[in-house]
Write a protein that binds this ligand. Structure first.
Ligand code: SF4
Ligand code: SF4
Length: 438
């Protein structure tokens, strides 16, 4: 495996992903043979140069990102949850400690900090998470209204999102989320009993029927609001393609799968054989996506939609996400952390909403967490598409899913080339070819 290039084929012939800059080249047989023969040494760089890539001028240098302005905060709005999901990273909202609820002063201070650091006429995102955030519905509403009013005054547009288990939704939420254009994510782990096994109420009863009954009015009302389903994939999850199809037919704006790679007690996470099966089912879902999109339909499989857009934009990033950079999590007591999953974890503490983000700690985080500084990422062809995997999972479990990630990205590259050929209009604009820094 060479860290500079990844060779792949479709029915149209050979293609190469130049890793630095995420550029895709079509190859004739001779160039493909040359690349194949070049192995993983300097010769690869010579072949890349002959294709028009200029390896001497890297797109990504080794410099860590300087802490940018924070444009998104995730508020741990409620410390309790009415479900008892076995894999819950938040341990039902307590994050392993004593349960606490966020107070209005902490929510207000978070919003003030966020707006204060935002560029005028810019946009910021406020995400409500828990536990189950609707346990603290009054605070969600107060914070949303306050951010909308204050944002208007300072010329900043706040966007809102909420991740909910869906069991507590009521009619007034439909109106409220629609009025404020919320991105609502509902956690659903299967159809019927498959979901109930993973996401029971604390008393043991299933939650699926209740969720569907409460979510349907939201699905019917989506205009400004968008309602998505997120399926957490555990070793017991089966039948992804039919689940995807069924949730899309119900009217979810998008449906995505998220594998469990780390759990608080190390049980219930996916391992080698589970990940092979997951890859095969994800590819079946991707094949359905490609078939439907090629035929001109919308098929909102979000894992595939975001991969297609990233490849088309030429995304090449040295981090997996914005954690510790433009995105921070706020604990119930006002602590700032790298993201919502690190709330109350001192390893990722980054200041407080009272005193503001601790830029020294953010700088150390961004320097340490760069993908080129991770093992084995620095030698991996997928590093600027993957970014090194979720920091929380990598720190707590390591990187057990690399074969899965590379297999998925390999398939996405093939699908992208095919889709670009047969339905270029899907992408909306020409492919972005980034220019290396001068
Ligand atoms: S996490 Fe795995 S797949 Fe991702 S960049 Fe690192 S080695 Fe590659
Ligand atoms: S560290 Fe993981 S959980 Fe946190 S924002 Fe990044 S990908 Fe998401």
């Amino acid at each position: 495996m060479t860290p500079h290039v990844h060779l792949f084929s479709t029915g149209a012939g050979w293609h190469a992903l130049a890793v630095d800059g995420s550029r895709i080249y079509d190859l004739d047989e001779a160039a493909a043979a040359l690349l194949n023969a070049a192995g993983d040494g300097e010769a690869v760089l010579g072949v890349l140069a002959s294709l028009g890539a200029n390896p001497a001028r890297p797109y990504i240098d080794g410099a860590p990102l300087a802490p940018p302005p924070v444009h998104a905060l995730a508020l741990a709005i409620s410390s309790t949850c009415n479900l008892a999901c076995s894999y819950c990273y938040a341990q039902q909202g307590s994050f392993g400690g004593a349960g606490r609820a966020m107070s209005w002063p902490v929510a207000k201070q978070s919003i003030d900090r966020l707006l204060e650091g935002a560029a005028s006429r810019g946009a910021v995102t406020i995400a409500f998470l828990g536990g189950e955030p609707l346990v603290n519905r009054a605070l969600v509403r107060q914070a949303t209204q306050y951010a909308s009013d204050q944002g208007r005054e300072v010329g900043v547009t706040p966007r809102f999102s909420i991740t909910s288990n869906g069991t507590l939704l009521d009619g007034s939420d439909v109106e409220f989320f629609e009025a404020h254009g919320f991105a609502v994510t509902i956690s659903l782990d299967g159809i019927g009993q498959a979901h109930d096994r993973q996401r029971p109420f604390r008393g043991g009863a299933g939650s699926y029927d209740r969720i569907i009954e409460r979510v349907m009015p939201l699905l019917e009302r989506q205009r400004r609001m968008q309602v998505s389903a997120r399926v957490t994939v555990t070793p017991y999850t089966r039948g992804l393609p039919s689940m995807l199809d069924q949730f899309i037919r119900m009217g979810f704006h998008s449906v995505g799968f998220s594998p469990v790679l780390a759990t608080p007690d190390a049980g219930g996470a996916l391992d080698g054989p589970d990940l092979s099966r997951l890859l095969s089912e994800m590819i079946d879902c991707a094949t359905a996506f490609e078939r439907r999109v090629s035929a001109g339909e919308r098929y909102p499989f979000s894992n595939m939609e975001s991969a297609m857009q990233q490849l088309h934009r030429g995304t090449h990033r040295p981090y997996p996400c914005g954690a510790g950079a433009g995105y921070l999590g706020v604990s119930a007591s006002g602590g700032l952390y790298a993201c919502h999953r690190f709330v109350d974890d001192e390893r990722a503490a980054m200041g407080t909403v009272l005193d503001g983000p601790d830029n020294r700690r953010r700088m150390v985080w961004l320097s340490d967490r760069r993908v080129d500084r991770q093992t084995p990422c620095s030698g991996c062809w997928a590093r600027y598409l993957c970014g090194g995997g979720c920091h929380h999972e990598a720190i707590n479990r390591g990187r057990p899913a690399c074969e899965y990630i590379r297999g998925w990205l390999h398939h996405c590259l093939q699908a992208y080339v095919r889709l670009l050929d047969c339905r270029p209009g899907y992408f909306g604009h020409p492919a972005v070819v980034a220019q290396p820094p001068a």
